[in-house]
Write a protein that binds this ligand. Structure first.
Ligand SMILES: [Zn+2]
Length: 204
């Protein structure tokens, strides 16, 4: 519509957000239009600040404002247990269970040959280096229980085995127990299911 370019520009931007269709984008845009200037500014600032401040932890690749992240720098966390997840939001899902006391390693994706995602696109070298150099005793595979997640966990298990053949002590590699709905995302699992999956993890 001519003469309302700024409104339609905002609607277009909002529609790019996940789960936001045209109707929702319009509703949000009209809501913002009616809001106080201060409120709108606070929202805009929060978005910019998020992009300026949040980055990846250089150790585990989870998201953080300080490097290393709070988990990696916490002396009370077990440094010899690593939980391997696909994305930073999976760390938050597992942290919500309050069950896990080890550290994490975020792969930043999952192996997916069809989408052209290979081992070098993920934080796999970094994981192998951590496992080799830091006296890691257990690696918990917490990739999603779907085809790609399973294949990635299996690939990692072989890589870790190969990278640590000379290690004095064999590294224990475990997979989250089932009970997690197959095909579901760790991110959306409820705390109870996720706690049980952690407790009941089994050896490869
Ligand atoms: Zn970290």
């Amino acid at each position: 519509m001519k003469g309302l370019e700024s409104l339609f520009k905002l609607i277009d931007e909002l529609r790019k957000l996940p789960g936001v269709g045209r109707k929702t984008a319009e509703r949000l845009a009209f809501y913002l239009l009616k809001s106080q200037r201060g409120e709108v500014e606070a929202l805009a600032r929060a978005i910019i600040e998020l992009k300026d401040k949040v980055r990846l932890c250089s150790t585990c690749s989870s998201i953080t404002e300080t490097d290393p992240c709070n988990i990696c720098s916490d002396k009370n966390r077990e440094k010899n247990t690593l939980c391997v997840v696909e994305e930073p939001h999976d760390v938050f899902a597992i942290e919500r269970t309050k069950e896990y006391k080890g550290c994490y390693h975020v792969l930043m994706g999952v192996l997916s040959p069809l989408d052209g995602v290979g081992p070098s696109d993920l934080k796999i070298e970094e994981l192998l280096k951590r496992v080799r150099d830091n006296g890691v005793k257990e690696v918990i595979m917490a990739t999603n229980p779907n085809l790609e997640g399973e294949a990635t966990a299996m690939y990692l298990q072989k890589q870790i085995d190969a990278a640590t053949v000379s290690a004095e002590e064999k590294i224990l590699i475990t997979r989250l127990a089932h009970g997690l709905p197959v095909g579901a995302d760790i991110e959306y699992a409820d705390e109870v299911t996720l706690s049980r999956a952690l407790e009941g993890r089994r050896k490869y």
